[in-house]
Ligand binder design. Structure first.
Ligand code: UDP
Ligand code: MG
Length: 154
């Protein structure tokens, strides 16, 4: 089972979309193992977006990401990293497929609702960035066998 980090940007709370976007992960069958609301600090924003700090849009991105609370969520499932990216859709929401979160709820490359870890290695670092060990829950989903066949679980 993989774990991945999903982050709902400040536009989600402002636009009243939180329930709807979290619901997409639940319905897909990803198990929520951590969930909390916080205000991102500039320092953590720089760490989270280290690959982008030299870009001209970075100062605006940091301002946006730190000016209002965000919600972070860790989810678990088979190939959860890839599934999370698929549910999110591509970065430029104008090009994101309808049916994806960005495709359905955003029209922007910046105010694009959601972050989803882009690889298993990044996911490990990002889950650890936002959740302490005791904030992640290892529990059994009673309907587990209705989401996956035995051979998929190995
Ligand atoms: N971003 C932006 N303008 C750009 C490219 C990216 O504001 O031209 C922001 C946007 O919020 C995006 C985030 O930077 O989600 C991280 O960019 P990345 O390329 O890692 O895309 P993602 O992994 O979020 O799809
Ligand atoms: Mg990224």
């Amino acid at each position: 089972m993989e774990r991945t980090l999903i982050l709902f940007k400040p536009d989600v709370l402002q636009r009243g979309l939180l329930g709807e976007v979290i619901s997409r992960f639940e319905k897909k069958g990803l198990k929520i193992v951590g969930l909390k609301m916080l205000k991102l600090s500039p320092a953590v924003a720089k760490e989270h977006y280290a690959h982008l700090t030299a870009k001209p849009f970075y100062p605006g991105l940091e301002r946006f990401m730190t000016h209002q609370p965000i919600v972070v969520m860790a989810v678990e499932g088979v190939e959860a990293v890839e599934v999370g990216r698929k549910l999110a859709g591509v970065t430029n929401s104008r090009k994101a497929e309808a049916g994806t979160i960005r495709g359905d709820f955003s029209n922007s490359t910046s105010r694009n609702v959601i972050h989803a870890s882009d690889s298993l290695e990044t996911a490990g670092k990002e889950v650890a960035r936002f959740f302490r060990k005791e904030e992640l829950f290892d529990y059994k989903l009673v309907l587990h066998e209705y989401f996956y066949a035995e051979d998929e679980l190995k």
